[in-house]
Design a protein around this ligand. Sequence first.
Ligand SMILES: Cc1cc2nc3c(=O)[nH]c(=O)nc-3n(C[C@H](O)[C@H](O)[C@H](O)COP(=O)(O)OP(=O)(O)OC[C@H]3O[C@@H](n4cnc5c(N)ncnc54)[C@H](O)[C@@H]3O)c2cc1C
Length: 219
Amino acid sequence: MTEFPKTDQNRINRLPRRGYYDRETIYRILDEALICHVGFVENQQPYVIPINFARMGDAIVLHGAKASRLLKHISAGHPVCLEATLVDGLVLARSIFNHSLNFRSVVLFGTGQPVEADQDKLAVLEAITEHLIPGRWREVRLPNQKELDVTSVVSIQIDQASAKIRSGPPGDNEADYALPVWAGVLPLQELPLAPVRDELMAQAVAVPGYITKYSRKQS
Ligand SMILES: Cc1cc2nc3c(=O)[nH]c(=O)nc-3n(C[C@H](O)[C@H](O)[C@H](O)COP(=O)(O)OP(=O)(O)OC[C@H]3O[C@@H](n4cnc5c(N)ncnc54)[C@H](O)[C@@H]3O)c2cc1C
């Protein structure tokens, strides 16, 4: 199944033409987003927590400290809502009302479960590392047993999802096009700056290509 079904929970109501339900579109956005925000309800109180993540097939994986309230909550099998957003530009219209953002965002719903076997935990940690910076995992010291034991890992099966995408120029009112106001799009992109060497590096190590060539853009 390449499309998530539209339900009362994931159907985009406002500007439905901007809605997408296919896995390819949704997963491209998730894979490019650096972090996500997870929403959950505990004792009738909603919380939203920012966190690193990775997508593994049709699941989102997270890791953190054993004491993490969020991870305990997800491990217990409670439903969660997760979002990730890429901002592509500021859309500057001739009227304030028609200002907007170009964006690609995903909202998904799922229920979690703990990942307990060491091999599975390592696979998740590799996925999260490679999601942040591909190429890093094979170069660094991997977690030892003690580090693995104090790390909690969860997997959230994606049950429902949608993407919403806005692109292109501003849409102004006909009468406003004559106004002498600059209008258009200021594109924005997440770009790395020059890497800053840790002064405590014991010996000179060349900056690896996966750092100098780092890009969030999905090819
Ligand atoms: C970019 C980014 C990536 C992160 N990646 C991870 C990760 O991979 N794994 C991980 O475990 N944690 C990560 N964190 C930290 C995460 O947001 C939580 O702070 C952390 O999980 C601690 O959870 P907790 O159970 O102690 O928090 P809780 O006990 O759930 O938090 C208690 C209260 O503290 C406040 N709070 C908690 N976190 C934050 C926050 N980030 N900013 C402001 N207030 C906060 C809130 O009011 C919250 O209700 C990340 C944070 C950021 C910003």
